[in-house]
Each structure stands twice: as structure tokens, then as C-alpha cells.
Ligand binder design. Structure first.
Ligand code: NAP
Length: 309
């Protein structure tokens, strides 16, 4: 990092962006945040963040982080008529783009920023809002190594691990692979949990074993409360999961890689959404699996840990 305290801008305080920006604010950074729905950013003022009225104000920052939804949204907040660059680049040196977007979108963003002399670190993440709170968010980064090395201390204020995977947009394909895995694993976990339940094993007992087995993971543990007690408060929406499976399938087509499991999982997510299950957590794949298996799901009301808190 440069010797003076860098001025940081933050775009997007949704479920993920809010928690990430809050860790920088609480870590003592000089941070200004902007969110389309201003009210969602305002609570960050008590952590010391300034709230910007317009995106273009963030060009007075050295580094701007971006955490919105899709590539279209990224394009709009960076290069739209009222976007970050609407009044020129100002003192901006680097953008750290953390949304899960395509390789092509990321490459276009890099070109757009380079035209203004701004460097891009592609830095998508693995985790959820709760994972960020627990201090366990991980980044996968690509772009100029020098920029990664310079910004690493800031990334580490947000989460403990940042893997550098190479130049250009390589971090995007790693993140897309990660989320294809997320979808396929969740569908598989739903299938085996319902299979065990239909055979007579309570979900909490089944997952207690899985979580402690060699197949257990941080993820299987933190999805356990949803699967056992049917708490489907959103951590990640079916829309965002479908977007990432589509990005994976698209990359598979371009690179001529068969993606059989991803393809089936994408259709199962679509089928779930077609039945109206769009607003809760994507873990409602369990509900769909139960319906397809002729089981009526009820909460087990057993206290289970998510392994995070
Ligand atoms: N949730 C997870 O567990 C998770 C994990 C890893 C990665 N991700 C990725 O992280 C990104 C954010 O996910 P999230 O769960 O935080 O989503 P979210 O809660 O829906 O938040 C989306 C954010 O983007 C803003 N936004 C969307 N479209 C915009 C536009 N056209 N112009 C300006 N602002 C716009 C929203 O502003 P408003 O508040 O005004 O709507 C909000 O701040 C996505 O790319 C997602 O795939 C999510």
C-alpha cells in the first residue's frame, strides 16, 4: 500500500457488500460508500464511513471496490451516464471488482478502465454475509501482481485469505467453477438428505454424521441449520445461483468442456424457480427434492450449529 492512508470508495452495500465495507470501516480505513438504495448504506456511518450522494464523488478516492450483482450492473455503476467515471477518473488508481461476473465482462471492464489509466484487480469471493462476519471470507484474485501485492493488506482486513491465480480475468473462471461446485454440491446434499430421511433417518442425525465425516465441509456445516430447521432466510438467491451456473455452462461451451452435472443442476434450479421458489435461500433445493420424493418437510426444531458462530 502507498505510504499515505489511501482513500477508499465502495460501490454496493447489498448482503455481501455491506459486511465487506463494514470490515474496512471498522478496521479504521478512510472509506466512502455509495449504494443505489441509499438507506442500505446509511448504517455504515456509525462505523465511520462517509455516505456518498453520487457515484461520481468516488473519483476522489485512490481505490474503489465494487460489489453489485451482474456484469450489466457493474457496467452501469462504473461507466453508466451517472457512473463512477461520469466526471472523469479524478485521483482513482485502481478498481477492485468483487461481483461474480463473466470473463468477457471482466475483460471489457479492464479495457474500459485502462482507457482512463486505471488498473483492475478482479477479486471475486467465496462465502456469505455470515461468513464475512465470522472473518472467513476468501478472495480469488487476478490482474497485475503488483496491484495484488499492494492491496493485499486491505483484502486481509475483509477476509483472511486471498489467492492470486494469474493475469487478466483468470480469477473469474475460478469463481465460476467454485459456484458451479456450490450448486452441484447443494443439490447432491439435498438428494442424499431426503434419501436418508425417507429411509427413516432424521435430517439432524444424518447431517451430524456427514459434517464430521471426511465428506463434511465448512459449507455442509453452515447449510445444516437450513436443512434441519428449514430456515431459508436468503444468503444467496436462486437468481444469482442460476446466473453462475449459466456462466459455468457458457464457459464450458466456449472451452468445449462437457458439464453434465452442472447442466442437470441448472435445470433443477430453474424448475425450482418455475414453481415460485425464488425469494428464499437457494437451499430450498431441499424443499423441491422432498416434493419430488413425496415427502412433506417439517422443521425438526433441533438446535444445530452452523460451525461459524
Ligand atoms: N450472497 C452470497 O452468498 C454471495 C457469495 C459470493 C459472491 N456473491 C456475489 O456477490 C455479488 C453480490 O451478491 P449479494 O448477495 O450481495 O447481492 P444483493 O444482496 O442482491 O446486493 C446487490 C447489490 O448490488 C446493487 N445493484 C444491483 N444492480 C445495480 C445497478 N444496476 N445499479 C446500482 N446498484 C446495483 C444493489 O443495490 P440496491 O441495494 O439498491 O438494490 C445491492 O447493493 C453477486 O455478484 C453475487 O453473485 C454472493
Amino acid at each position: 500500500m502507498t505510504e499515505h492512508k489511501p482513500k477508499i470508495g465502495w460501490i454496493g452495500t447489498g448482503r455481501m457488500g455491506f459486511e465487506m465495507a463494514q470490515r474496512l470501516a471498522k478496521g479504521g480505513c478512510d472509506i466512502t460508500v455509495w449504494n443505489r438504495t441509499r438507506a442500505k448504506a446509511e448504517p455504515l456511518a456509525k462505523d465511520g464511513a462517509r455516505i456518498a450522494a453520487a457515484l461520481s464523488e468516488l473519483n476522489t478516492c485512490d481505490i474503489v471496490f465494487c460489489m453489485v450483482s451482474t456484469w450489466d450492473d457493474v457496467k452501469q455503476v462504473i461507466a453508466g451516464p451517472h457512473g463512477l467515471l461520469a466526471n472523469g477518473k479524478g485521483r482513482l488508481r485502481s478498481v477492485v471488482e468483487c461481483s461474480s461476473i463473466s470473463l468477457e465482462g471482466s475483460a471489457e471492464l479492464r479495457r474500459m478502465l485502462a482507457a482512463h489509466g486505471i488498473e483492475l484487480l478482479a477479486a471475486p469471493v467465496s462465502g456469505s454475509a455470515k461468513v464475512i462476519k465470522a472473518g472467513k471470507l476468501t478472495f480469488v484474485c487476478s490482474g497485475p501482481r503488483r496491484v495484488f501485492d499492494e492491496l493485499r493488506p486491505l483484502l486481509q482486513l475483509i477476509g483472511p485469505a486471498a489467492s492470486y491465480v494469474g493475469d487478466g480475468e483468470l480469477a473469474r473462471i475460478v469463481k465460476i467453477c467454485h459456484n458451479v461446485f456450490l450448486g452441484v454440491v447443494t443439490q447432491s446434499l439435498a438428494e442424499i438428505t431426503i434419501l436418508a430421511q425417507k429411509a427413516g433417518v432424521p435430517r439432524h442425525a444424518f447431517l451430524d454424521f456427514i459434517n464430521q465425516s471426511v465428506m463434511g465441509s465448512t459449507f455442509s456445516r453452515y447449510k445444516t441449520p437450513a436443512f434441519v430447521n428449514l430456515d431459508f432466510k436468503v444468503t444467496f438467491t436462486p437468481y444469482l445461483l442460476r446466473k453462475d451456473l449459466d456462466l459455468g455452462l457458457d464457459a464450458g461451451r466456449k472451452l468445449e468442456v462437457p458439464m453434465a452435472l452442472a447442466s442437470i443442476t441448472r435445470d433443477l434450479v430453474q424448475a425450482m424457480m418455475g414453481q415460485g421458489m425464488t425469494e428464499q435461500d437457494f437451499a430450498t433445493l431441499l424443499v423441491q427434492q422432498a416434493k419430488l420424493s413425496g415427502i412433506e418437510l417439517t422443521p425438526e426444531n433441533v438446535p444445530v450449529t452452523d460451525g461459524l458462530s
